[in-house]
Each structure stands twice: as C-alpha cells, then as structure tokens.
Design a binder for this molecule. Structure first.
Ligand code: GLN
Length: 486
C-alpha cells in the first residue's frame, strides 16, 4: 500500500523509480481495498485516471516535466473537471458531468498532476461532518464509527488513509481545516482572492476559498505554488505577483511572536484539545518563539454573523438550480411554478433547504437591516480585531475545533453543530489565511489539530512555521493505515 508524501512521490517519479502509470495503479488498487470502509471517494474513473498518467509519463520522457508531473491528487466533489461527474455531493447535480474545468484544477493539470477521483463532502459544502452528503456519510479512517469532519471530509479521509498523497478542499468557514484536524493531516486556506473560485461550485462567494490538504506543510506549499494566481474569470481574484510559498520553509522560529487569543483558550475546549495546545506552545517555545496574549473580543458573535451572511449568499447562489439549465428536474409537475418547487424539493437535502430559507429570510424587506446589515458590520469588527492582534504578534495559535471528531449519527442539533465552527469561521469572515496541522491525539485515539492564523498574504510564513514544527515533531507522520488493514 502506498504511503508517500507528495514530495516522496515526486522524487520517485523524477528519479524514474516509478512511472506515473504504476503510481496511479498503486493508488487505485489501494482505493479498491480500503475506500468501501470509509466512503471517501464517491467518483472514480480508472480510464480517465490512467489516460492522465500515461500523458504524464510521455511528458516525463520528453524531459519537460515539473516536480508535480505524474503525482496523483484527489479533488473534493465541489471542483468541476471536464469529463468528470462533479455533483457537490447533491442529488441536484447527481447527473452533472462538467463541460469545463475549474481553474485550480486546470493549474494542477497543466503541471501534469493525475486525477484519482472526486471526494465526498457535505452537500454543497454545508456542514461539519460529511453526513449531509447525498452519497452517504464518510467514515473517519482512524475510527470508522466517527465522522471525518466536514465539509471536505472525503478529501481529509483519503489523505489520512493514504489513498492519495494530497487533495484539494474548499473552505467557507473551516471546511479545509476542521476535517484536516479531525483526520490528522495538514491543510491551508489561503487569503481570500489568492486562488481562483472559477469552477468551484459556489456556496458563499465572499467566503469560499480553495486550498491544498496533504500530510505536511511542505507539500501544501508545493501545491499552493501551482494553484495560486490571478484569474480573469473570477471577479474577486487578486492580481498579485507570483509568490514562492516555499520560501520560508527553513526560516528558524527564534523571536517569532505567537499570539494566543484569550477567548480561544477557555472552558469550551476538551481536555485533549487543551493538551494539544499546550504541547504546541512547548514545541514553539523550545524553538525560541515567544507567546503573547491577544484578544479577539467578537469571537462569540462571529457565529451568528457567519451563518446569517453565508446563508444569505447561499440563497442567491443556489437559485440557479431551477430544473431548467442543468441538474435534476422533477418528473412530475403541472405548471412552471410547480416544476421549480418540485425540482428543488426533491433535489436539495434538508440542511441546504434550511440555509436557503434562513438566507431568504434575512435578505427580505424588513429584516435586511436587522440581520444582514448588522452581520456585515460585525464582519468588519471581526476583521478589525485581527488587525489589533497582529499589531502585537506575527502569527496566531488557536485550536482548530473544540473537540476531536464526533461519532456518526451523534444527532447534534443544527445549532450545536454550528457552534463547533467557532475557531475557524473568523478567518473566513476576515479573509485571512489559516492552516491546521496535527498536534496530538484524544484519549480515544482520534487526531487533534491546531491552527495557525496569519495576517493577509502571509501564507509563506505560516507554512514555514508549520514546517519548522513538523521538522521537530512527528504527529503528521502518523497514519491509520495499519488500523484500516485489520
Ligand atoms: N461548517 C461550516 C458550514 O457548515 C463550514 C463549511 C465550509 O467551510 N464549507 O457552513
């Protein structure tokens, strides 16, 4: 069974110890054996995968390869790719085979990366456990009775189970970081606007960002280098100079000022999460970093602000699923009005409907000022809090989630589930880059991650800090592969 990091896979290909086709076949064989237990991949197409691998081998033979050529990768079902079904884990798009390719996927295809398949997720990226998927729940490879987190739970699970060296996820309010934390891998959400949203199914457009998920921060940096860049087809894409996100990987941590937000270190965290945070603080201090207490006073109010704003944006974004243009259409209806309503009643699951209704309500006349406008103002205050904090520190250390992964079917109410997003949503409200990396295990042997939040455009710095931590610890090297083969 393959165990490679992206860097290791790249080296094997470059030194011709393995061909891209052989590597893809190794992964496909492992997927056949292990995927049924975790339901991480929901769409596989061996012919498409092997055709891409063959093209990568041809490119390697011409001497025209990059370090990513031939390296396999998995895509969250939210990224469209020509010829692949891209359903966003919804019945609404169950039959949708994309006629075009998302920019971030195209950027990786241009490098010669090989698509392994599409990974399970919460329907339309709304959720924190992967249980809202039309294709059934994903199981956490560390303990299949537990969720992998969400919404990029399938991507996190397949990387943790070593069924892909890396994957892409999307993060509207934590969906790269929280499942990465729950599955024991590393993932980063870039500054808003750094990577293109074109071809990534929209949930809440002013929050959504794509990002890499892999075993190590170093691997994430390689991927971000290939993914990032201006795209004229995304109106909020930033026209910035190309950056090298690997440039700070070897930067020592001496003198680094790490902010600890006092609101994040309270009683809401499980004892296991507190231990992981303390171990991280010790690790950082041992390398010469200094801890400073900072404050993010709007922390509690960021949850209602997030759910008002993202539901509002979702309600307009999802109005396009009307049974006319593409996707599901109800078989039975009398008139046009009934066609719309039957289509949407059948095509969307209950969490998606709940958010469309909340969003429509907060945008309606009479409630707009009371909810939507107020939430927009809070969003600004949350962003201001971070600027005050970053005047005192270089980077913020935070929990990623208050607990380890919950059990499947734990039956939390929607609001209880929303509350568990408390540490991740602020970065999306403010548009800041944030990374999670493994930092320990719970008493029942589930992984726990911690989060590094940076100021705008400091991806290279937070990847560098995470890499230094990973050079001096081995949480990221642990995998549940042996557990899965029992
Ligand atoms: N759990 C959050 C939500 O349900 C985050 C989802 C996301 O980042 N896509 O909205």
């Amino acid at each position: 069974m393959p165990q490679y990091t992206l860097k290791q896979a790249s080296k094997l290909l470059q030194t011709k110890q393995i061909s891209a086709v052989e590597l893809a076949q190794e992964y496909l064989a492992a997927i056949d054996v292990k995927n049924p237990a975790i339901n991480g991949y929901i769409t596989l197409d061996k012919d498409l995968t092997l055709a891409e691998a063959k093209a990568a081998d041809a490119r390697i033979a011409t001497g025209n390869a990059t370090s990513l050529t031939g390296v396999p990768i998995a895509y969250k079902d939210i990224f469209v790719q020509q010829g692949w079904r891209s359903a966003c884990s919804s019945k609404m798009l169950d039959s949708f085979v994309s006629p075009y390719t998302a920019t971030v996927v195209q950027n990786l295809l241009d490098e010669g990366m090989v698509t392994l398949g599409r990974t399970n997720m919460d329907e339309f990226a709304m959720g924190s456990t992967n249980e809202t998927s039309f294709y059934g729940a994903t199981h956490n490879p560390w303990n299949t009775a537990h969720t992998p987190g969400g919404s990029s739970g399938g991507s996190a699970a397949v990387v943790a189970a070593r069924l892909a060296p890396a994957a892409l996820g999307s993060d509207t309010g934590g969906s790269i970081r929280q499942p990465s934390s729950h599955c024991g891998i590393t993932g980063i959400k870039p500054t808003y606007g750094v990577v293109s949203r074109f071809g990534m199914v929209a949930y809440a457009s002013s929050f959504d960002q794509a990002g890499p998920m892999a075993q190590t921060a170093e691997d994430c940096a390689f991927l971000l280098n290939a993914m990032a860049g201006f795209d004229e087809r995304d109106s909020t894409s930033l026209g910035r100079e190309k950056e090298d996100y690997t440039r700070d990987l070897n930067q020592p941590l001496k003198g680094l000022k790490v902010g600890l937000p006092k609101e994040y270190f309270g009683e809401g965290n499980s004892a296991d999460v507190q231990t992981a945070l303390q171990n991280t603080i010790d690790l950082l201090k041992a390398q010469g970093a200094e801890m400073v207490e900072v404050s993010l006073p709007q922390t509690e109010l960021s949850i209602p602000a997030y759910y008002v704003l993202t539901s509002a944006e979702a309600s307009t974004n999802l109005s396009r699923y009307d049974g006319v243009r593409y996707g599901h259409r109800a078989a039975q209806f009398g008139d046009l009005e009934e066609m719309y309503s039957n289509t949407r009643a059948e095509g969307f699951g209950s969490e998606v409907k709940r958010r469309i209704m909340i969003g429509t309500y907060v945008l309606s006349h009479g409630y707009y000022d009371a909810y939507y406008l107020k939430a927009q103002k809070l969003r600004r205050l949350v962003a201001n809090d971070f600027q005050t904090a970053f005047a005192q520190c270089d980077i913020i250390l935070a929990p990623t989630a208050p607990t380890a992964a919950p059990k499947i079917g734990a039956n939390a109410t929607p609001v209880e589930t929303y509350l568990s997003d408390i540490y991740t949503i602020a970065a999306n409200l403010a548009g800041l880059p944030a990374l999670t990396l493994p930092a320990g295990f719970s008493s029942d042997a589930l992984p726990i991650g911690v989060q590094l939040i940076g100021n705008y455009f400091t991806e290279a710095k937070i990847l560098g800090v995470a890499n230094q931590m990973q050079q001096n610890s081995d949480w990221h090297a642990k995998s549940p592969v042996l557990l899965l083969s029992n």
